[in-house]
Design a protein around this ligand. Structure first.
Ligand code: ZN
Length: 421
């Protein structure tokens, strides 16, 4: 908790055109993606760098869910990001001995830049530039030295299947491959299993965003919990019950908790603060994800809290007032069906009302017995701690051969599984 006391003393009161004047973190308002997009698209920043490959001098979000945000970096800012990324990758087990293939998106996205520069800062070798040129590394044989790949879940799956089709065994193309650092989207349990079968590697989850870079990363012993990057970033959460109050009353001002003060297992929406930036400090930025906080000391020896990402806050389904998150639906499906399905979508009507209804469609080639719905509801009730209501009235599950047309995944694309009517 005292980790950032000195930093806060020197940085507050903070004055910046985006925020005006902020006296202290405790008094700071929330920064929403819409506010950040509005500001970064209209304000003229001075002192941002000109990356050769990124003439806009900014990293940008794809803007698929609203307006694109342009995040400016000074030369110094970029140097600090490289150190930050190198530290994160070392938590995931990387060292100067490693050879990297990146399947991330090129600038103006931050992801390929971060994977390359963070790896190089660590002294590792990088054999390609983005998901566009991974095949060159295979053709010249550089893939034979690769120990680590970076990819989003759907790109790891899509590219893995393409390589298998074209070159046969992935193990022969990547004989030294050890780990896959998977970022950019939740990693459902059945897809995790498929990626491990496909690539024959260990998975390390990386949680990050274009706005704040790496937020948390999985070590080899965290059992699915990701170590927060507390050296540079300050994390707070808006607890679950406060979110509920905010939902019921838009004027309600919620009580915010520093992540070091959270109970073990506490859940809420994550807020990120990055004060160590010349051009655009982030203060209480609402990344938009719900996380679960784990406080017990990790077997790797690090004492920083770990988090699990449960899903997008905007995708929370309220059943009888209780929240159901995307990851919980994944877990309940996986527990019920094993990995005998490829994906699912949930169509939600009347969210948060007495009439909330979740219509789940699961893509599978298998036929299940008629008691499968009952089994699924039992698992869902247990995983989400749903009280004793007649769940069958609020949730349905159906099976289908195909959810929708398959398409070539884009490097930064996220899956949209929860659809509100
Ligand atoms: Zn650990």
């Amino acid at each position: 908790m005292n980790l950032h006391t000195e930093l806060m003393k020197t940085k507050f009161p903070l004055e910046h055109p985006l925020y005006g004047r902020i006296e202290s973190l405790q008094k700071a308002p929330f920064l929403t993606p819409a506010m950040l997009a509005e500001f970064t698209n209209t304000y003229s920043f001075e002192g941002s760098t000109e990356l050769e490959v990124c003439p806009q001098c900014f990293f940008q979000t794809s803007g698929t869910t609203g307006r694109s945000k342009k995040i400016p970096y000074s030369e110094q800012d970029l140097e600090r990001q490289k150190e930050h990324e190198a530290l994160a990758f070392s938590i995931a087990g990387m060292s100067s001995e490693d050879v990297i293939l990146t399947l991330a998106a090129p600038p103006p996205s931050i992801s390929a830049w971060a994977t390359i520069n963070g790896s190089r800062k660590l002294g590792a070798e990088v054999v390609n530039t983005s998901y566009f040129d991974y095949e060159d590394a295979i053709k010249i044989g550089a893939s034979r030295r690769v120990t680590t790949i970076f990819a989003t879940p759907i790109v790891a799956q899509g590219v893995g299947e393409l390589i298998q089709e074209k070159y046969g065994s992935i193990r022969e193309v990547f004989p030294k491959l050890k780990r896959g650092i998977i970022f950019g989207d939740v990693l459902p349990p059945n897809l995790e299993k498929k990626l491990i079968e496909l690539w024959d590697f260990e998975i390390r989850r990386l949680y990050g965003s274009v706005e704040a870079d790496v937020l948390a990363i999985e070590c080899g012993k965290g059992k699915g919990g990701l170590h927060i990057m507390a050296d540079k970033l300050i994390f707070e959460i808006i607890p679950e019950e406060e979110l509920k109050q905010m939902r019921e009353n838009p004027d309600y001002s919620p009580r915010v908790k520093n992540i070091f003060e959270c109970e073990d297992g506490e859940r809420g929406e994550i807020l990120v603060t990055d004060l160590i930036r010349d051009l655009l400090p982030l203060v209480r930025y609402r990344v938009g994800d719900i996380v679960e906080v784990h406080k017990e000391k990790c077997e790797c020896g690090r004492e920083t809290p770990r988090i699990r990402v449960l899903g997008r806050a905007a995708n929370t389904v309220y059943l009888e007032g209780g929240p159901v998150y995307e990851m919980q639906l994944h877990l309940a499906l996986n527990k019920t069906l094993g990995s005998d399905y490829s994906d699912w979508k949930a169509y939600v009507r009347g969210n948060g009302t007495d009439e909330t209804f979740i219509d789940i469609r699961v893509e599978t080639k298998r036929k299940f017995n008629s008691d499968i719905k009952e089994k699924f509801l039992k698992n869902l009730r247990r995983i989400c701690s749903i009280k004793n209501i007649n769940l069958a009235r609020f949730v349905d599950i159906k099976f289908t051969d195909s959810l929708s047309e398959t398409k070539i995944p884009k490097a930064d694309e996220k899956s949209k599984r929860i659809i509100f009517a």
